[in-house]
Design a binder for this molecule. Structure first.
Ligand code: AVI
Length: 326
């Protein structure tokens, strides 16, 4: 379908949003980057997703951490004290389990949540100091997908970097390796990484998790268009795009799409773009890669870590892998 670019983006919009949307909607097939989901409404909808019955991801990982928090912490620390770093910290609900376990072993636990959003860090993390005595929160506002620098630790300290919640699954395979290599470069030998990955399972379970009955995931997906209406003066009619979740067997990933329910043209005047959609044409909005047993260990090994222990739930739906920087 023809798409009509006119001229480069207006200067007031974030360059990153303007250029990604421009590139994605001019591509064939069309796509939009999944990081665009997380404005404040999108972040709230994602929190809601973590509580819906079909989205097993969060509660399955939480159960693994509940069962093994002290073992994880004592293995990572050895004879040293432990400093916890969390990438993309969010509400840090599951992290509390690990922080409490660390606070039982040592008087002071430094906790460094890293997130691009300062407000998310302040809201979500500062309460932790009140709730878990002994924890000192040192937030870092940083885009860890592009850059990660950590302060040097004391000689008797070890770091445990948490990358949990299956967040790694939203990156393409090459990007996830680069990201973990960057984490490795910020660490000293002996420091640890805890990686949470979602595993391949029965397709009906995966499909339900990404297309829940209450429609929360559909609202999360469509919110992306609401965001473009607000931030790029676009005139999407979000209700004219259907939410679609697809299992891609060849690529081992869940995909989310927004499918145009009719032939329509959408204007995005702030980036001087008009986009035409065929009836049934899709915008690909997210990939969520699902791992097979052994994949997480192979990935961390490639990035410069020695995998030590992997914990799984009884159904084999989710894996949490502890690996040490070599
Ligand atoms: C944030 N991320 C790990 C979620 C996932 O499962 O890929 C985002 C999500 N997309 C739809 N539901 C949840």
């Amino acid at each position: 379908m023809t798409t009509i670019p006119v001229s480069p983006a207006s200067p007031h919009i974030s360059d990153k949003i303007a250029s990604s949307v421009y590139e994605g909607l001019l591509s064939n097939p069309k796509w939009l980057p999944s990081w665009l989901f997380y404005d404040s409404a999108g972040s709230r909808l994602f929190e809601e997703i973590t509580r819906i019955p079909e989205y097993y991801v969060t509660r399955t990982e939480r159960a693994i951490l509940e069962a093994h928090a002290s073992e994880i912490v004592s293995r990572a620390a050895g004879e040293n004290s432990l400093r916890l770093v969390e990438l993309g910290a969010g509400s840090a609900e599951k992290t509390r389990l690990l922080l409490s376990a660390a606070a039982e072993r040592q008087d002071t636990v430094f906790y460094e949540p890293v997130d691009v959003s300062a407000s998310a860090l302040i809201e979500g993390q500062m309460r932790i100091e009140e709730e878990i005595p002994g924890v000192l929160v040192c937030p870092r506002v940083e885009d860890y997908t592009h850059n990660l620098e950590l302060d040097t630790t004391l000689p008797t300290e070890r770091r445990l970097v948490l990358y949990i919640g299956s967040s790694i699954g939203n990156f393409e395979p090459g990007e996830s390796l680069l990201l973990l290599e960057r984490v490795r470069a910020a660490l000293d030998p002996g420091d640890c990484l805890l990686l949470g990955v979602d595993l391949v399972k029965e397709h009906s379970v995966l499909l339900a998790a990404y297309d829940d009955k209450a429609g929360v995931t559909a609202a999360f997906n469509r919110n992306l268009l609401v965001r473009l209406n607000r931030e790029l003066d676009a005139d999407f009619h979000p209700e004219m795009f259907a939410h679609r979740a697809v299992w891609n067997e060849a690529k081992s990933r869940m995909e989310m799409h927004l499918v145009s329910e009719k032939r329509q043209t959408v204007g995005l005047p702030a980036i001087d773009l008009r986009v035409e959609f065929e009836d049934g044409e899709s915008i690909h909005t997210e990939n969520s890669y699902k791992y097979r047993p052994g994949d997480a260990e192979a990935l961390v090994a490639k990035a410069g870590f020695a995998p030590e222990v992997t914990w799984m739930d009884e159904r084999g739906w989710f894996a949490v892998c502890l690996a040490r920087a070599v």
